[in-house]
Write a protein that binds this ligand. Structure first.
Ligand code: ADP
Ligand code: MG
Length: 463
């Protein structure tokens, strides 16, 4: 029928615009490397902020004592305490709690958000059990993982550049987030010192390195996306401070804000961006990360409903609601292997109140998920290749077998199997077998929490 062929035309056009053939991905990887250089050369020199983290030493394994970490960066935040036992005993004990952030706190006021966080932390501290007490007379110390772009001013201070991922509280922008947290802790009567301010990429890098000395970079694929890696300090022209003894400096790329004419952007991406809380920003993130993948799918489906009446003459009202189709739903649809695509049918009914979908229709929806996930996964792989190029680890030199490990974390990477396998496969395609043999992608589950605690330990006031 006419409507079916119109729907197919919409899908086909979208698929073509989303295409990521290897030559295009290589251009994206090259552009990433170029932007990395530009961002390191001067402040504001690139869309990539290439933020100096003030972390010039990664964990060695010698870290000892009881430390806290707080991880804020998406819809949930987590509090964690670990007892570190040094080289022999490593992580002796680890306890954590996950708390969800009421959505209204994401846009209301700075004090309300930080008070909420500080009181959850205070409650958690009150549950310290046998053998997990701070030493008498010693102030508790915290590694604060704050996964938004921050202009770092020292290892334990930094001002918020902008919110991302659905947070939007104007008054926090430009404030020292450690100051905000410290004031909130005082208000709720919690005596704790923030010893290190990091973000999830730095935390994951630190946690990854603690477990594996070959870790050179960390990538987050969760609600948002970002990457960090270890740079040689003398290769950072914009750094005017003393060169650190180690010679190294960890760089927080803020790669979610990467943008290039080589990115396969479609009309749906432009509309999503224009209607977002941060138009013009985080373009790479909006094509790749968990917050947005399902939303891109929804937008294409809506177009098919409006222009090809695939769900009948009336457009299903739920389909018009932004962000109603979450990436975990999309993932469930994409992974449906039942012969009649039962899961797809159930999801459409439960989430979008669309019933009686034909098998043909369900197949189209699975295909749509595949297009969106594949594009995101392949672009992520290109980004990683960009980092490896910057590190000179995208080639094999004189048969050298130096391993390069990239620590990965985030719910998207962890749970979206087809995304993960596509990303890893694409890395192999881009690097070639011989190089890829020396690249290890390692899931660093919860690396960021432990990593922040480890960095708090190595920046303790009691050392
Ligand atoms: P955050 O990035 O907020 O710190 P996570 O790393 O846990 O948190 O990532 C959560 C994100 O991961 C969710 O927003 C969602 O987009 C994605 N995600 C979680 N579970 C799944 C799943 N089963 N399939 C696909 N994506 C998922
Ligand atoms: Mg996270």
């Amino acid at each position: 029928s006419g409507k079916w062929s119109r729907a197919m035309a919409i899908l086909k056009e979208f698929e073509e615009k989303c295409g990521t053939p290897i030559p295009k991905l290589k251009q994206v990887a090259d552009a990433m490397t170029v932007e990395m250089h530009a961002g390191l050369a001067s402040e504001g020199g690139s869309k990539l902020k290439m933020i100096i983290s003030y972390v010039d030493n990664l964990p060695t394994g010698d870290e000892k004592g009881l430390f806290y970490a707080l991880d804020l960066g998406g819809t949930n935040f987590r509090v964690l305490r670990v007892l570190l036992g040094g080289k022999e005993s490593r992580v002796v004990k680890k306890e954590y709690e996950e708390v969800s952030i009421p959505p209204h706190l994401m846009t209301e006021s700075s004090d309300a958000l930080f008070d909420y966080i500080a009181s959850a932390l205070a409650k958690f501290v009150a549950t310290e059990g046998e053998g997990l007490h701070a030493s008498p007379g010693r102030q508790r110390e915290l590694g604060f993982t704050f996964s938004f772009p921050v202009r770092q001013t020292s290892i334990s201070s930094g001002t918020l550049i902008k919110w991302t991922k659905g947070f939007s509280i104007d008054e926090t922008v430009g404030q020292d987030v450690v100051g905000e947290l410290t004031k909130a802790m005082e208000r709720v009567g919690l005596d704790m010192r923030v010893a290190a301010l990091v973000n999830d990429t730095i935390g994951t890098l630190a946690g990854g390195r603690y477990n594996n000395p070959d870790v050179v970079a960390a990538v987050i694929l969760g609600t948002g996306t970002n990457a960090a890696y270890v740079e040689r300090a003398h290769a950072i022209p914009k750094w005017h401070g003393l060169l650190p003894k180690s010679g190294d400096m960890v760089i927080n790329m803020e790669w979610g804000n990467f943008r290039s004419s080589h990115l396969p952007l479609t009309e749906y991406d432009h509309a999503l961006d224009a209607e977002s809380l941060n138009p013009g920003e985080q373009i790479f993130e909006k094509m790749i990360s968990g917050m947005y993948l399902g939303e891109v799918v929804r937008r294409v489906l809506l177009k098919m409903a409006e222009e090809a009446a695939i769900f009948g003459d009336d457009v299903p009202p739920k389909l018009k609601i932004p962000f109603i189709l979450r990436t975990p739903h999309m993932s469930a649809i994409h992974h449906d292997t039942s012969p009649d695509l039962k899961v797809v049918g159930t999801k459409l009914k439960d989430i979008l109140e669309i019933s009686n979908t034909s098998l043909k229709m369900r197949r189209v929806i699975v295909e749509l998920c595949d297009i969106v996930a594949t594009r995101g996964a392949r672009l992520s792989a290109a980004g990683i290749v960009g980092i490896l190029k910057k590190l000179g680890r995208d080639t094999v030199k004189d048969g050298e077998k130096q391993k390069s490990v990239v620590a990965l974390d985030g719910g998207l990477y962890e749970h979206y199997t087809k995304f993960r396998t596509c990303m890893e496969g694409t890395l192999g395609e881009l690097l070639g077998e011989e190089v890829f043999e020396n690249i290890v992608i390692e899931l660093s589950n919860d690396g960021s929490g432990i990593g922040a605690a480890l960095l708090a330990a190595s920046h303790s006031q009691y050392l």
